[in-house]
Design a protein around this ligand. Structure first.
Ligand code: PLP
Length: 226
C-alpha cells in the first residue's frame, strides 16, 4: 500500500493524515519531525500478514527511532524490540516492552549494559563474538542468573544495498563466520550461565529484493543440517 494516503498534498498544502503540516509547524515551531501513526500501524499489519502462518515475534529495531511515543505504538501493537545499547534497553523498558520480547545485538555492548540486560531477563542476547560469550557468562554468574543467547552468524551474503548498511558480508564487523559458528555454540553450551535459545542473522538494511534473504536463510539452514 502506498504512503500517499498518510502523507499527501491537497490544494498545494502538505497533510499528514488529516492534519495540515504547516499548521503543526506553526504551533510547535520548526524544525519539527512528523510521523503518521496510521502509516506505522499499516506497516505493522503488513508484517503480521506476511508472517501469519508462523509463530513469530516481530521486533522493531529501536535504532530506527527510539522516541518514546513511537516506541509505545509498537508496544501497544504487541511487537518486541531489537536493541543495540543500554540506552535503547532503558527506553524500551520505559515504553513498557515486555523484556521477554527484547533481543539485544551489537558488537559494542559494555559490561554495564550487559549487566542491566541480564537483570532484565531479556529474550535473547544476539552474541557477536567468543569474547562476548565469555563476559556474558561471568556477568550472569555474578548475578546468579542465566542469560539467553543466540549466536549472530555472518552468512557472507551480498544484500545488494548500500555498503554502509550491509552487515552480513564476511568483511563486515558483525557476527561470527559460519566456519566458526559451531565452535561458538559448543563454547556457549559449556558455559553454566548461558542458555542457548536460537540463531541470529542480519544481512543489512533497505533491502529491496527477496533473494539475499533467501540466500541467507538457505545458507543457515544448510549449516544447521550439516
Ligand atoms: C541486529 C540489527 N537489527 C536491526 C538493524 C536495523 O536494520 P533493519 O533496517 O533491518 O531494521 C540492524 C542494522 O544494522 C542490525 O544490525
Amino acid at each position: 500500500m502506498s504512503f500517499d494516503k498518510f502523507f499527501y498534498f491537497k490544494d498545494e498544502k502538505l497533510f499528514c493524515e488529516n492534519v495540515e503540516v504547516s499548521e503543526l509547524a506553526r504551533t510547535t515551531g520548526t524544525p519539527v519531525y512528523v510521523y503518521s501513526k496510521s502509516a506505522i500501524i499499516n506497516r505493522i499489519n503488513q508484517y503480521r500478514e506476511a508472517f501469519k502462518e508462523y509463530p513469530t515475534i516481530i521486533c522493531y529495531a529501536a535504532k530506527a527511532n527510539s522516541n518514546l511515543s513511537i516506541l509505545k505504538i509498537f508496544r501497544e501493537y504487541g511487537l518486541g524490540l531489537d536493541i543495540v545499547s543500554g540506552g535503547e534497553l532503558y527506553r524500551g523498558l520505559k515504553a513498557g516492552f515486555d523484556p521477554k520480547k527484547i533481543v539485544y545485538a551489537g558488537v559494542g555492548k559494555t559490561d554495564e549494559e550487559l549487566k542491566h540486560a541480564v537483570e532484565a531477563e531479556i529474550l535473547s542476547f544476539n552474541v557477536e563474538s567468543f569474547m562476548e560469550l565469555e563476559i556474558l557468562d561471568s556477568i550472569a554468574e555474578s548475578l546468579g542468573k542465566k542469560a539467553n543467547v543466540s549466536i549472530r552468524i555472518n552468512p557472507d551474503v551480498n544484500p545488494k544495498t548500500h555498503p554502509y548498511i550491509s552487515t552480513g558480508l564476511r568483511e563486515s564487523k558483525f557476527g561470527i563466520d559460519m566456519e566458526d559458528a559451531l565452535k561458538a555454540y559448543r563454547f556457549a553450551s559449556r558455559k553454566k550461565n548461558l542458555n542457548i535459545v536460537g540463531i541470529h542473522c542480519h544481512i543489512g538494511s533497505q533491502i529491496m529484493e527477496v533473494s539475499p534473504y533467501r540466500e541467507a536463510v538457505e545458507k543457515l539452514w544448510n549449516w544447521f543440517l550439516s
